[in-house]
Design a protein around this ligand. Structure first.
Ligand SMILES: N[C@@H](CCC(=O)N[C@@H](CS)C(=O)NCC(=O)O)C(=O)O
Length: 321
């Protein structure tokens, strides 16, 4: 039986209103509908520990699906910090909209409890990644851009690479600034945009930044990394976003103008990054799909998790001519 047109348009208006309320829960927007990421708590850089810091004196808390946590997990892996910092993975609790510990950690069963105990305001979101000082039982840093800088200076084995050597620092910094807004946050600005104009702007800035990275890597004597022969924090910062592109951001956030195979230098760069020792272990495609499609209700109310593509087809297949 056909539904009367008046009922359809009333339902649509009501549904749109509810969608806007639910989107406020995901993240605030400005008056023009652009997503504005809330400021992180615990964002001041703490002092580095003494060279002879107690093994496992600190704990790095990450969630598998979170790209901001992924960058910290990558630096922890690449700098071989396993002996000095313990890695702890929290699980999402989509119904409650928070992270929970598998087994109580320092007496807390949710990340929120740990935040409150560390002095965070009651309305502060409890986000990953965070670095925790075991002796005080408190979060010492909860902002991923600062966190990867700290981990890059953390006392590490002799063989650990410096991911921001002095001679490249300016170049690394300008890539990182570009990626942080236009790419890392850019995919969220697309997915959480409240209207077409806000989406169009974010999407344009995102692909302009990717074109810039593609051009830099495609130059005759360039690469294999963004700043030349040396792997840096710029590569680390781009990878968590690009490795999720076809699996999550294209289908869910509408970041689908150009699949990565149309940017061949970036496609090869992504395979190279994935092949670095330990990096594959930080890539959990099932968890990404499950968490994003299952948890972001306002964007995907059915909660149905798509079947593919399999990560292996992106990181191992040669680029088709
Ligand atoms: N500014 C933070 C953002 C981290 C962030 O947004 N993490 C998300 C997961 S991808 C989170 O934990 N969200 C939980 C919440 O907002 O309640 C950083 O870069 O460290």
């Amino acid at each position: 039986m056909a539904i009367p047109p008046g009922v359809v348009s009333a339902a649509r208006a009501g549904w749109r209103w509810q969608w806007r309320q639910l989107m406020q829960g995901l993240g605030p927007a400005d008056s023009d509908g652009h997503y504005r990421r809330p400021a992180a708590a615990f964002s001041a850089l703490p002092p580095l520990p003494a060279t002879a810091a107690e093994p496992q004196s600190h704990v790095l808390i990450v969630g598998r699906s979170c790209p901001w946590a992924h960058r910290a997990w990558l630096v922890w892996t690449l700098r071989q910090l396993q002996d000095s910092i313990e890695l702890l993975v929290v699980e999402p609790d989509p119904e409650a909209g928070r992270w929970r510990f598998n087994t109580p950690f320092l007496g807390c069963s949710t990340l929120q409890e740990l935040y409150r105990r560390s002095g965070a305001a009651a309305n502060q979101r409890a986000t990953v990644p965070v670095l925790v000082d075991r002796s005080s039982g408190r979060v010492v840093l909860g902002e991923s851009a600062r966190l990867i800088e700290l981990l890059n200076q953390w006392p590490a084995p002799m063989t650990a690479p410096d991911l921001a050597p002095p001679e490249l620092r300016a170049q690394v910094g300008s890539w990182r600034d570009l990626f942080q807004g236009a790419v890392n946050d850019g995919v969220y600005r697309c997915g959480f945009a409240r209207n077409q104009a806000a989406y169009d702007r974010a999407e344009g800035e995102l692909f302009a930044a990717l074109d810039e990275a593609e051009a830099a890597l495609a130059m005759a004597d360039a690469g294999p990394w963004l700043c030349g022969t040396h792997l840096t924090l710029a590569d680390v910062q781009l990878f968590p976003t690009l490795i999720r592109l076809e699996l999550v951001y294209a289908p869910l956030f509408g970041v689908s103008r150009r699949p990565l195979w149309q940017l061949p230098a970036l496609w090869r760069w992504r395979q190279r990054m994935y092949g670095l020792p330990g990096v594959a272990d930080t890539c959990c495609d099932q968890a990404w799909r499950h968490d994003y499609f299952g948890a972001l209700f306002p964007l995907h109310p059915s909660g149905i998790v798509p079947a593919g593509p399999a990560l292996v087809t992106l990181v191992q297949a040669p680029l088709q001519p």
